[in-house]
Write a protein that binds this ligand. Structure first.
Ligand code: ZN
Length: 712
């Protein structure tokens, strides 16, 4: 439910100026020797890059004033910038978000390379961060090791001799890698994914959620869609699979690849759609451990759960997509063992490709990066090193980030804005004609108890049990994933921690946690161009204010309506409230269904409904909060625009982003958010926007007052 789900976040990042400072530090000060060597190796061809600067106020130069706001508001606000900026060759999309991401990456790189300084012994967090990064940077060592680190896993797969040992292996692959409510990630290449979170019926306890998985491509539609574009991707996937098998020394690769793709297609057939997966009511299915055998026969569940290290006392599970779990389990029994073993070998190498030699990395990227996302070039190694370090030790890196880059004054100012937004939302609830009085009271109770986290968590994670070994990039990644898994398993049976964050402070994003009735606003999102202590209220509220409003309104949207103030999955709306909300939602579904980012592909209004409602609610309360803050003051012109105009322009500029075609296609098919251009068009539902820009009937974005969606 985050504001800006950027897919494949593990492979986002960018930029370089740090390398000059790295070399300076290496030349003059004591620092871990391996780190310096590794960085120096990769640094050779890297020119320094200037810090990005963002205009304080509206980016006038980036606008295209030849386009009328009522014709295309997104282009009006962003057209010149979008035309002037090419998508870098190692990216699938580019915009403000990416520029901020680059800046944060540069800062994080700087923090990571200094983290180990003055910490000669292992075990400290700083040393773990430094060693994790440095080990990944040892490309020569990784080349020299070849596939050796992978061999023990391939050997175990080879030794699978019956369904029982297959179940043992599958249980051992389970990791804490999905999340259906918060930082939404519903894809895993492991056969199943695990999420440990509050029991939606009893939010004072944790329960394990089991999700469908096992596909090599991002979604079932890649296997089942009949379009020519998808058929072409499938052909390329089979070739890719054969190539990966060849790289790990398999023979007869074409025929074996065909059998693997066939198995994955069968898995795809039993998978639930992304749309169904997002429906909490369909997902909240409690199964007792002993019921798996009868409800999903095939896989030896006792063996599976034991191998997955669930304590015997863990009797209840939530099965998010029951028919998929049943279907996949049946396939475990019905499909040839030899095919399963080939499949597992393929997934073993694909899953760990980043930590293996260049030939594997490049083959993996050629398909998953270039074919699926359209990204021509693999990102340079140090950027990937930052990425994997962030992934493994995110909170430890985040602690350094927040200390250095998030000021106490910024925290205070954001908290003031949050208060203003909360007040604005509360007033809107008071004025809602369609909402029943008792629903209104529940809504206000929920708003009062909403826990808003700004910048960083109150409590930091403890990485004491994680062993990071210098020179063992592959092993470090294996141990980090296992450490993360154990961390989540250990929550079972413990009291629920409502202060836990699901994002790191250095993540450029924000998130609503429905079952915790909490929001996380990481420090990295709370900076220009989204927010600045020096920006005027119109810009701050139009940008970060709308983002905060977006997250708040998730607590009161179609999904938020199903979680009460304690986080219990319980509808607290009356039938009439829900009927009104659904009707208004249906109108918004139609509005978004009509957008065609590609000639053969429309936005899925239903799949993106929650996010579109949150955008609309967020923009409305941000505007109210802006008016609250500037009340009594005349609307002053700045840069030739009124405060009202700057507010909406700031909003549209916050969605500044361009996509490669393949990435756009993937986003439309798999993302819960509409492409950014259409998110900027949310303003067409708001009367004030028409007045601010003198939008005329007949212009493409014009909606007659009756057609403007009014929910909040
Ligand atoms: Zn959202």
């Amino acid at each position: 439910m985050e504001v800006e789900l950027k897919i494949a976040k593990r492979w986002k990042m960018a930029s370089l100026a740090m390398l000059v400072s790295v070399l300076n530090v290496c030349g003059s000060r004591l620092i871990v020797a391996g780190l310096c060597t590794a960085l120096a190796l990769s640094a050779q061809a890297e020119p320094p890059v200037a810090e990005p600067t963002f205009p304080l106020g509206v980016d006038i130069a980036g606008m295209d004033r030849s386009v009328a706001p009522g014709v295309n508001f997104f282009d009006y606000a962003n057209g010149t910038w979008l035309r002037a900026n090419e998508i870098p060759s190692d990216r699938k999309s580019y915009g403000y978000w990416d520029v901020v991401q680059e800046l944060v990456e540069r800062r994080v790189a700087d923090l990571i390379q200094h983290a180990a300084e003055g910490e000669p012994t292992g075990g400290s967090e700083g040393r773990k961060i430094g060693d994790y990064f440095a080990s990944f940077m040892q490309e020569d060592r990784i080349e020299a090791l070849g596939l050796l680190p992978l061999q023990p896993i391939l050997k175990r797969i080879k030794e699978i001799s019956n369904r029982r040992s297959l179940a043992t292996f599958l249980g051992g692959t389970l990791r804490a890698d999905v999340d259906v409510l918060n930082d939404t990630e519903v894809y895993t290449d492991n056969l199943f994914g695990l999420w440990v979170a509050q029991d939606l019926d009893h939010p004072d306890r944790y329960v394990p959620f089991l999700l469908q998985g096992g596909l090599g491509m991002p979604d079932r539609s890649y296997y089942l869609d009949v379009s020519a574009a998808m058929a072409d991707i499938r052909t390329k996937y089979a070739t890719h699979v054969a190539e990966m098998l060849k790289l790990i020394g398999f023979s007869d690769t074409v025929a074996r690849a065909a059998r693997i793709v066939d198995l994955e297609s069968r898995i795809a057939t039993v998978h639930s759609s992304r749309e169904a997966t997002e429906d909490v009511q369909k997902g909240n299915n409690h199964w007792l451990r002993r019921e798996f055998e009868t409800r999903a026969p095939g896989l030896d569940w006792n063996v599976f759960f034991a191998a997955a290290e669930f304590p015997k006392t863990q009797q209840d599970f939530v099965v998010w997509q029951p028919s998929a779990v049943t279907g996949i389990s049946a396939l475990v029994a019905s499909q040839p063992l030899a095919t399963w073993k080939d499949y597992l070998a393929l997934h073993a190498v694909e899953h760990r490709a980043a930590f293996l030699p260049k030939a594997v990395v490049e083959a993996n990227f050629a398909f998953h990066g270039t074919i699926l996302d359209g990204t021509p070039e693999l990102r340079v190694r140090w950027r990937r090193a930052i990425d994997v370090t962030n992934h493994a030790l995110g909170d430890a890196v985040g602690k350094l980030y927040a200390e250095r880059y998030f000021s106490a004054a910024a925290k205070v100012r954001i908290e003031e804005m949050v208060d203003q937004l909360r007040t604005a939302f509360s007033r809107r609830i008071d004025l809602l004609e369609w909402m029943a009085p008792e629903t209104r009271e529940s809504a206000k109770a929920k708003l009062r108890t909403l826990k808003v986290g700004v910048g960083y968590p109150d409590q930091w994670r403890d990485y004491t049990g994680l062993d990071v070994v210098m020179g063992d990039a592959f092993g470090n990644a294996e141990r980090a994933a296992k450490f993360e898994y154990h961390y989540h398993l250990a929550k079972l049976g413990r009291p629920v921690d409502r202060g836990e964050w699901v994002m790191n402070p250095q993540t450029v994003n924000a998130v609503n946690l429905p079952a915790m009735n909490a929001l996380n606003f990481p420090a990295a999102m709370l900076q220009p161009p989204y927010f600045s202590l020096d920006s005027d209220p119109a810009q701050n509220y139009g940008s970060i204010g709308a983002t905060i409003g977006h997250e708040i309104s998730h607590s009161f949207d179609d999904q938020g309506a199903t979680f009460d103030a304690t986080g219990r999955l319980r509808n607290w709306w009356t039938k009439e409230d829900l009927a009104h909300f659904r009707a208004a939602g249906a109108q918004l579904v139609r509005q978004f269904d009509a957008y065609h980012p590609l000639p053969d592909l429309a936005v899925n209004g239903q799949q993106t409904l929650s996010e579109n409602i949150a955008d609309l609610g967020g923009l409305l309360v941000a505007h109210d909060a802006y008016r609250l803050e500037v009340r009594g003051r005349p609307d002053a012109m700045t840069d030739g625009f009124t405060g009202e105009q700057r507010f909406y322009l700031s909003y549209a500029q916050s969605w500044r982003e361009k996509y490669r075609e393949a990435a756009l296609r993937k986003a439309v098919l798999t993302n819960g958010h509409a492409p950014d251009e259409y998110r900027a068009s949310t303003a067409r539902n708001i009367d004030g926007w028409y007045a601010a820009f003198d939008i005329q009937a007949g212009q493409p974005l014009y909606l007659a007052p009756a057609d403007r969606v009014r929910i909040w």
